[in-house]
Design a protein around this ligand. Structure first.
Ligand code: PEP
Ligand code: MN
Length: 352
């Protein structure tokens, strides 16, 4: 349930509603919209009685939220949320492009790639120091040494960094180095980890599990929001289907469906969703055309030497071409001033 305050509600009216919510055993969640304040009532929804709030001064209306996820729903927060990571604003007017190697391999590799992707137009740098590998015999990442190289590459280029955190006991360490946590596909439903990053004021890039429905994806984001961290960016990274010719299947549908369902920014990872460098640029174009707020792309100067995911890594010059192409598409499809909420005059689109 959410309580929508009137335009002219006074701060003491808002305070009184918050007190009533708490007194009834629920947790209030305040959202300061462009035009008005909305208070989410978090707790066992069935027990909440709208009658307890409708008559309080300053209350415009009480709206039941029909979705299983609440704080991440567009019903709760109709405006797009912008997640700021340094100068990069996910969900704002411009698309955000993250690029870098799958794994941090060495100091020189990281510095070389950081300069190359910056030159090509990337806004953020990626690189895994803790790697979730299918086989325990594969390269597992450099750990803290890798985090140091990432931080050094950030100092050298000014690009904010995103890197994966795989376990609750890594959160403190990774937070010392990164500008944004990545939660990988395999950990999308690691609820203890979601709660742990939810307690930090560090933005989170949450990747969709490879067999997760969009509702499950949004409920995973909800764990982070409920814990107190509202800076979540969703990433579609391909799902498992019966089709073996690509590593995964890019669920392009997920982009408009998520944009209709949630105010959180949505980006696409065409590297993991296709698994082959030749398909990365076409799918990146499709993602931006479908309304994605950005991309995360694996780039390596010598993909044949990469310690992980070389087959899907773009060489820097190909990445530079991708940036030019997706920027041209973004110019066409992204409204400059109007709201990005789909639906226009036809009413809002159905979500999940
Ligand atoms: C990665 O970004 O390198 C990665 C392991 O991604 P995912 O969790 O989507 O497989
Ligand atoms: Mn990878």
């Amino acid at each position: 349930m959410m309580i929508v305050m009137r335009h002219d509600a006074r701060p003491q009216d808002v305070e009184r509603v918050l007190e009533r919510v708490r007194a009834l055993g629920f947790t209030p969640h305040l959202s300061q919209g462009h035009e008005r304040v909305v208070i989410g009532v978090i707790g066992e929804a069935r027990r909440a009685d709208p009658g307890a709030f409708v008559h309080l001064p300053g209350v415009a209306r009480v709206v039941p939220i029909s979705r299983p996820y609440k704080l991440s729903s567009r019903e709760f927060h109709p405006d797009n949320s912008v997640v700021q990571v340094g100068p990069a604003g996910f969900g704002g007017e411009d698309i955000v492009i993250i690029a870098g190697p799958c794994s941090v391999e060495s100091r020189s590799q990281m510095l070389e790639i950081a300069h190359a992707v910056k030159e090509a137009g990337a806004h953020m740098l990626r690189g895994g120091a803790f790697k979730p590998r299918t086989s325990p015999y594969s390269f597992q990442g450099l750990g803290e040494e890798g985090l140091r190289y990432l931080a050094e590459a950030r100092e050298a280029t000014g690009l904010p960094v995103v890197t994966e955190v795989m376990a609750v006991d890594q959160v403190d360490l990774v937070a010392q180095y990164t500008d944004m946590f990545q939660i990988g596909a395999r950990n999308m439903q690691n609820f203890a980890l979601l709660k742990a990053v939810g307690k930090r004021q560090v933005p989170v890039l949450l990747k969709r599990g490879m067999s997760a429905t969009l509702s499950e994806f949004l409920l995973a984001a909800e764990y982070i929001l409920v814990a107190g961290n509202s800076q979540v960016v969703l990433c579609e990274r391909g799902i498992r289907t019966f089709e073996p010719s690509t590593r995964n299947t890019t669920d392009i549908n997920a982009v408009p469906v998520l944009k209709a369902s949630t105010h959180l920014p949505v980006i696409v990872d065409p590297s993991h969703s296709t698994g082959h460098w030749a398909y990365v640029t076409p799918v990146a174009r499709a993602a931006i055309a479908a309304g994605a707020d950005g991309l995360i792309i694996e780039v390596h100067p010598r993909p044949e030497e990469a310690l992980s995911d070389g087959a899907q890594s773009l060489k820097p010059e190909r990445f530079a071409q991708l940036v030019r192409e997706v920027r041209a598409i973004a110019e066409l499809v992204r409204p400059r001033t109007a709201s990005l909420v789909p639906g226009g005059n036809h009413g809002s689109a159905p979500g999940v």
